[in-house]
Design a protein around this ligand. Structure first.
Ligand code: PLP
Length: 383
């Protein structure tokens, strides 16, 4: 942001976020605030449903399709590969329960996944005798060699977060996707900690299935999630989420016919969270207007400044420092204060972060500024 017009444009985007009037909000890895654009879209839907009931339901359906196209654009997919879900977990459950498991198969993941990407896989043990192999991290990183070593002839899937919630480590999904392609195993990505903050390209990374709820980096409401299943993998995934909306003629209510839809909407079992999709659509629209490369560059600048400032004050930063090894999350520890104490000190100054594990997690988005990062550093005590 070097020249005045650039600053003005940036300020315009920042003004989209009323939260900035009260807080230095840096908890996008938790739950993000909504923009004015998202609020207006959702309020518009609520007004319509209040005044007109479902008379304009065709518009609702049209908005869902606009949102699907935008979600596809965001991850470089085709709209036929996108379904809407209620959250990330639902997408992971569809993946975990849909693979044609055989007794003795295994799935590889890390030992530091959010439980959304653990329990759906653990559950397979009692049902099918499937083992979950959990690769540990080392110094806040997960090594590709360790993952490769955990894969054997009975491995059917690798499931991993693009960005780890408790360290901020960005897994190299391009390299992992290549590994999965070579070994001919499913590649499943929990993208809730990356989508909206950094580039996610399902095609160049050979991702088979991806899931991400809206309420973090997408700046959308909770309960409106994106699910991606590659066109060429759809028929191989047993659909365990079939409902009335999954079939080719969903509105021939009494003419029962279980022929599934030819695209990813077969995984959508029933009615939409329409108000959520209005919000999600507006949120993706905002991100695409600004551009993910611009957002990513700014977030990485903020987090780099944060890391340098924290280290200068004597804090231990858990998150890897290289740009390619992190995204929007920075986690740090203090030798003198508990995470709860640090969190409270910041909260008292209206700086919103989160306690995670042994540290404090700071997760700024594109509308945060370097002066907000400086303010956060100023509030933290020096050793
Ligand atoms: C990596 C990761 N996956 C999933 C979730 C949440 O999943 P869901 O959208 O199902 O609530 C979180 C929330 O903190 C997360 O950090």
């Amino acid at each position: 942001m070097n020249n005045p017009s650039e600053r003005e444009i940036w300020q315009k985007w920042r003004n989209q976020f009323p939260v900035t009037e009260t807080y230095i909000y840096m908890n996008h890895a938790g739950v993000a605030p909504l923009s004015r654009r998202v609020r207006e879209a959702m309020a518009g839907f609520i007004e319509d449903a209040t005044v007109n009931g479902a008379v304009n339901a065709e518009d609702w359906a049209e908005t869902a399709e606009v949102c699907r196209a935008a979600a596809a654009q965001l991850i470089n997919a085709d709209p036929t590969e996108i379904a809407f879900m209620k959250n990330t977990t639902q997408g992971i459950l569809i993946a975990a329960n849909g693979i044609d498991w055989q007794e003795g198969d295994n799935v590889v993941t890390t030992a530091v996944e959010f439980p959304a990407n653990v329990y759906p896989w653990w559950r397979l043990k009692e049902r099918y005798g499937v083992q979950t192999r959990m690769v540990p991290e080392q110094d806040g990183r997960i090594s590709i060699e360790d993952i490769a070593a955990a894969i054997d002839g009975r491995t059917r899937a690798l499931t991993i977060s693009h960005v780890e919630f408790a360290s901020g480590f960005r897994n190299d999904i391009q390299a992992l996707g290549e590994l999965c392609r070579e070994r001919n195993i499913w590649f499943i990505v929990d993208a809730i900690q990356s989508l909206g903050a950094i580039e996610v390209d399902v095609k160049s990374c050979n991702v088979d299935i991806l899931a991400a709820d809206g309420h973090k980096w997408l700046l959308a409401p909770e309960g409106a999630a994106i699910f991606y299943c590659a066109d060429e993998k759809r028929e191989q995934l047993i659909n365990t989420n079939i409902g009335w909306a999954s079939v080719v003629n969903p509105r021939d209510f009494l003419d029962y016919d279980l022929t599934q839809k030819p695209d990813a909407t077969r995984f959508e079992e029933g009615s939409y969270n329409s108000v959520g999709l209005y919000g999600l659509n507006a949120a993706i629209d905002l991100l695409l207007d600004i551009g993910i490369p611009t957002i990513e560059t700014h977030i990485l600048e903020l987090t780099a400044g944060l890391i340098a400032g924290l280290e200068a004050k004597g804090y231990r930063v858990i998150t890897p420092k290289k740009d390619l090894e992190r995204a929007g999350i920075v986690i740090f520890e203090s030798a003198q204060h508990t995470p709860a104490e640090i969190y409270e000190m910041l909260h008292a100054e209206n700086i919103i972060t989160a306690e995670r594990g042994s540290g404090v997690r700071v997760s700024p988005h594109f509308y945060n500024t370097t002066s907000e990062v400086e303010r956060l550093l100023e509030v933290l005590p020096v050793f």
